[in-house]
Design a protein around this ligand. Structure first.
Ligand code: ADP
Length: 204
């Protein structure tokens, strides 16, 4: 049986700003909601909201490649040439090293483009989280940070996406006890608030 408990802690967040972060537990695994730039996070892996080309892009994808340096793109090219010549399908996840990032690895996953919610978007979004976590566990990683997948350029409404993200991670952690810490690195205060509300709604 996993236990969900929640506590508010005052801390210095990853941008150095004093804030009230929220921590939740599923069994012994901690879920942390923080505001900041995911490229600053020092988890074993950070997740990239990539596009299927794996050749970089805007938003969090651009930030990861800029900060991580050319090694990540080289490895992405190699994945395209071998494993996924037609591009990484939506919902799937692959891993590269972290280049110059604090994180050792980057897990690249492709979120669904929002088309009104009737094209299987919710299942595909859930898959990005479960496949990223499965990949992390298969590589014996223990800590992983997610951005808010699909809620930028791909237009997924963040109120809906946040509930899927948190519920899916919780479900995975209930089945899997080899992960220690999951961080949601939310870029704006507004995004952080929405994730907090989602977490409360799901678990209180
Ligand atoms: P998608 O194409 O999957 O929508 P985006 O990168 O456009 O991906 O946006 C996903 C989320 O990532 C958005 O909420 C955006 O504000 C956020 N974001 C952008 N840059 C960063 C960053 N450096 N760290 C964390 N989150 C980021």
């Amino acid at each position: 049986m996993s236990k969900w408990s929640n506590q508010r802690v005052e801390s210095t967040n990853i941008e150095g700003i004093k804030t009230m972060d929220e921590e939740f537990y599923v069994g012994k695994a901690k879920i942390r909601l923080v505001q900041g730039d995911i490229t600053e996070v020092d988890t074993d892996a950070i997740v990239n909201a990539a596009n299927s080309t794996l050749m970089g892009g805007g938003g969090v994808d651009g930030a990861i490649h800029r900060r991580g340096g050319p090694k990540i793109l080289e490895e992405c090219k190699c994945i395209r040439a071998t494993e996924w010549p037609d591009g990484l399908p939506t919902g799937k996840a692959v891993m590269t090293s972290g280049g110059n990032l604090k994180a050792n690895c980057v897990i690249h996953t492709v979120g669904p483009f929002w088309r009104g919610g009737t094209r299987g978007e919710s299942d595909l979004l859930a898959e990005t989280y479960t496949n990223s976590l499965k990949l992390a566990v298969s590589k014996r990683l223990r800590t992983i940070a997610f951005p808010s997948i699909s809620t930028g350029a791909y237009g997924y409404p963040i109120e809906k996406a946040s509930r899927i993200a948190i519920a899916t991670v919780k479900k995975s952690l209930e089945k899997e006890d080899r992960l220690d810490r999951i961080v949601f690195a939310l870029f704006t205060k507004h995004d952080l608030e929405i994730y907090r509300e989602a977490a409360k709604e799901i678990y209180d």
